[in-house]
Write a protein of this length. Structure first.
Length: 259
């Protein structure tokens, strides 16, 4: 569904590459997680994949189409994006925020159709927020906001959903709630999901495939059992860790040196 080939990127006028020959595939019905430390190039990779930044080397394909050859409207129908942070300029209702996901289907001088309203309601039901549809988006909790943004992305009906740190600023309960809901929807609808995470335990629990990057390069690419190992995490994060396998899932514990 999504294929990235030999993607390299540097800002104009700079010699240092932020991304270096990134190559991977993300499949339908699966969560592919990009894991790595701060400054590894995760957010830059997303901007290149979605065509926000085009001055890269290499190729990005979605459903066989090369992304940098697509119009903005076409890209909006291929990709939906859930940002890490979102502060609306106006206290829109939860329903209005979700309805914005239908923007690529509404003409310049047109209003949302009956189908647009129906799709917004369906996605709110799907993520369990229909009861909050008339609430101001600015007055709901962090977890509810994140679910609202996921509903907005689903209303867009794009085959590829990009999620940049969907669990940032969320408590322990809401981290699991959000990722469980993402996994459920991705499986049910056959979407291709690519997400970034910082926590290797969350990556191990919810990912079908993990791509580890550091300093703009892929170090490891495989399923969680192959990637979440003591050797890999020491290499990436430069700290000692201990892996405990529980029911086939590798769980990570940092080794803290006593002072």
């Amino acid at each position: 569904m999504l294929e990235v080939k030999n993607l390299s990127f540097r800002h104009k006028g700079q010699k240092k590459e932020i991304l270096k020959e990134i190559t991977f595939k993300a499949n339908s019905g699966e969560i592919t997680t990009i894991l790595g430390p701060n400054g590894a190039g995760k957010s830059t990779l997303f901007k290149c994949i979605t065509g926000v930044w085009k001055n890269y080397e290499g190729e990005v394909f979605v459903k066989g189409s090369q992304v940098d050859h697509l119009s903005f409207e076409k890209r909006a129908k291929f990709f939906s994006v859930v940002p890490q942070d979102h502060e609306p300029p106006f206290p829109y209702s939860v329903f209005e925020v979700v309805l914005m996901g239908r923007a690529s289907y509404v003409g310049l001088f047109s209003s949302p159709s009956k189908r647009d309203y129906q799709k917004a309601e369906e996605t709110l039901e799907l993520v369990g927020l229909y009861h909050l549809k008339d609430y101001p988006y600015t007055k709901i909790s962090g977890g509810e906001r994140q679910l609202t943004l996921i509903a907005r992305a689903l209303a867009q009906e794009a085959p590829v959903i990009i999620l940049d740190e969907p669990t940032s600023h969320l408590d322990f309960k809401n981290q699991s709630l959000i990722l469980s809901k993402i996994k459920q929807v991705v499986k049910e609808k056959g979407l291709t999901a690519v997400i970034t995470l910082h926590d290797p335990n969350l990556a191990s629990l919810f990912s079908d495939k993990i791509i580890v990057i550091k300093r703009g390069q892929i170090l490891h690419n495989g399923n969680p059992q192959e990637v979440i190992t003591e050797e890999v995490l020491r290499e990436v994060y430069e700290i000692g860790v201990k892996i405990v396998n529980h029911n086939g899932i590798n769980l990570v514990f940092p080794q803290i040196k006593e002072t």
